[in-house]
Design a protein around this ligand. Structure first.
Ligand code: URA
Length: 431
């Protein structure tokens, strides 16, 4: 078959700063998925896009082309509004676990297609797989059935959803081209739009443990994604939230499930509760429920009931004990004073090195591994006090985890006032 364009011409156009035409974009995404545009050509184009950017029309078309590369699901006939949440990823970010059943307990459908962790941020599926028996892979029919009966489903995205993105993301990962706001936005939104949710709430993280280190970049990413959602007819809002410190007191798979259970039982760390409730309020509003208080279903037990039903529907035992690591070690406070800094990236890296995350896509993770924090910024500390417990099945990992944590903790003299405000930094809505 003769091809409509020459890949080299498309690369050169972007290299020289031109906007790609809709036809060029449709062709290059499709031809790459078919294997006609070679990996080295797509790497050059990805680098040109990273350096030159894309305008709103280009990003919108690029997203549509990635959606068109695969199947598109549709939940509009479920009989209840559907709403999903996507987080750009952070350390200790277990919010999906309490959030999905919480929102579903108000009668909305929450189709939450999730991924596994790669690098220092954990994956929701890895966390849930620490629950004995729980199954991540569901057929489309099983997912739909669970949305109808339970209301919430957290499962693996099928390979049919935006295959162009799957291929391109793997390429960006190894060519230094992940950090392009247009490509991150198109990647995330192509999967969410293809998934067929009726509304979407984004949690865009900013800080050392996030993709975006600067608030202005986080705002630009949030704005780009909200615009893409609006262009595609998907009601989308975004919260920009702090990821300079880990969320809650745990980073690691079973450790994070245990903390999520505390939240579902009406307790849990204040920052995790604050973010869960804020995102739930956004999701409920997107589904038409503006006069309800999500916190009442945490203290009232309705969210926990939905959690148990959701776990059972995927063959998990919500009452079985969670796995624990075979070995623990402690990190002690080096001085008296006030804890003013606890670096999210360092804690994420340590949890990963302890075995909570993977370095290759097919590697198993340790269910019990991770980092448990005993103090958060703002807390007074005494020299020798335990600040963190490290958990792993393989004690030879402790040394590298300790190296990751070498500069993680900042202690200021007594009387210092750390900035310990809300995790909620900003909100972006459709314009
Ligand atoms: N997550 C995605 O799905 N895609 C990106 O490009 C970055 C984060």
């Amino acid at each position: 078959m003769s091809e409509a364009f020459d890949a080299t011409d498309v690369i050169i156009a972007k290299r020289d700063g031109a906007a790609l035409t809709p036809e060029q974009i449709d062709w290059v995404v499709d031809a790459y998925t078919r294997g006609v545009v070679a990996e080295e050509q797509m790497s050059a184009l990805a680098m040109a896009i990273l350096l030159r950017g894309m305008d709103r029309a280009e990003i919108s078309r690029w997203t549509a082309a990635m959606i068109a590369s695969g199947e598109r699901m549709d939940f509009s006939d479920l009989g209840r509004p559907s709403v999903d949440k996507h987080s750009t990823g952070g350390v200790g970010d277990k919010i999906t676990l309490p959030l999905a059943p919480l929102v579903a307990s108000f009668g909305l459908a929450v189709p939450q297609l999730s991924g596994r962790g790669l690098g220092h941020t954990g994956g929701t599926l890895d966390k849930l797989e620490s629950i004995p028996g729980w199954r991540a892979a569901l057929s489309n029919a099983e997912m739909r059935e669970q949305l109808q009966t339970v209301g919430a489903v957290i499962c693996q995205a099928g390979s049919g959803l935006a295959p162009a993105d799957r291929k391109l993301y793997a390429l960006r990962d190894v060519t230094g081209t992940v950090e392009s706001i247009p490509m991150i936005a198109a990647s995330i939104m192509s999967k969410k739009i293809a998934e067929g949710t009726g509304a979407l709430v984004l949690d865009v993280k900013v800080g050392s443990g996030a993709f975006m280190k600067e608030i202005d970049d986080a705002r630009e990413l949030a704005r780009t994604m909200v615009d893409l959602g609006s262009d595609a007819g998907l009601r989308t809002t975004a919260l920009i939230t702090d990821m300079s410190t880990p969320l809650g007191l745990t980073a690691g798979n079973a450790l994070e499930v245990a903390e999520s259970l505390e939240v579902l039982a009406g307790g849990g760390p204040p920052d995790v509760v604050e973010l869960t409730v804020a995102l739930a309020a956004e999701m409920l509003a997107a589904g038409g429920l503006t006069d309800v208080d999500p916190a009442e279903h945490l203290t009232g037990g309705q969210a926990m009931d939905t959690w148990k039903a959701m776990i059972r529907a995927q063959d998990g035992d919500p009452d079985a004990p969670l796995p624990t690591a075979r070995h623990t070690d402690e990190v002690l406070a080096p001085a008296d004073g006030v804890l003013v800094g606890l670096d999210a990236y360092a804690v994420g890296l340590a949890a990963w090195r302890l075995g909570a995350g993977r370095t290759r896509r097919d590697e198993p993770v340790q269910a019990g591994a991770g980092v448990q924090l005993h103090a958060k910024p703002g807390a007074p500390v005494r020299a020798g006090q335990v600040l963190m417990t490290l958990h792993t099945d393989t004690p030879d990992r402790f040394e590298r985890a300790r190296e990751a944590l070498a500069d993680a903790v900042t202690i200021a003299p007594e009387g210092a006032r750390p900035a310990t405000g809300s995790v909620l930094l900003d909100r972006v809505e459709a314009r």
